[in-house]
Design a protein around this ligand. Structure first.
Ligand SMILES: *[C@@H]1O[C@H](CO)[C@@H](O)[C@H](O)[C@H]1NC(C)=O
Length: 115
């Protein structure tokens, strides 16, 4: 039991150490109840995020990323990549924009943690 706890704690520390905060621009995307690169259905009300083709790797599918805009952080699930994105740019679902308090349709500056 104690060994198991130790292993879990070590895994958490490694995860924290590996995660890095990056800054980029975000634009809005509107989920239409269809799967994107990750293969799961992205519902209109989903808190979903798409990474640039360079940053996206299928192993990140379903990973939860904390995206911060203007002091508000919202956890969003990786659903695929966005063709129009470069580098650290991301796309955020409409629901994500709303929860972040970002003006719909605008390009916003965000930071996020990626593992
Ligand atoms: C950031 O939040 C403040 C306080 O809630 C608000 O007044 C301001 O308009 C927001 N800035 C942007 C870029 O949305």
């Amino acid at each position: 039991m104690i060994r198991l706890l130790g292993a879990i704690m070590a895994a958490c520390i490694l995860r924290t150490a590996a995660a890095q905060s990056v800054a980029g621009k975000a634009t809005e995307f509107v989920p239409v109840n269809s799967p994107l690169d990750c293969g799961f259905i992205v519902r209109p009300a989903a808190l979903a995020v798409l990474l640039s083709p360079e940053a996206f790797d299928p192993s990140q599918c379903q990973a939860v990323i904390g995206v911060t805009f203007n002091g508000t952080e919202v956890d969003m699930r990786v659903a695929g990549s966005c063709d129009a994105c470069e580098g650290n740019d991301i796309e955020i679902s409409t629901e994500g924009y709303q929860v972040l308090g970002a003006p719909l349709g605008s390009t916003i500056d965000v930071t996020y943690l990626i593992g």
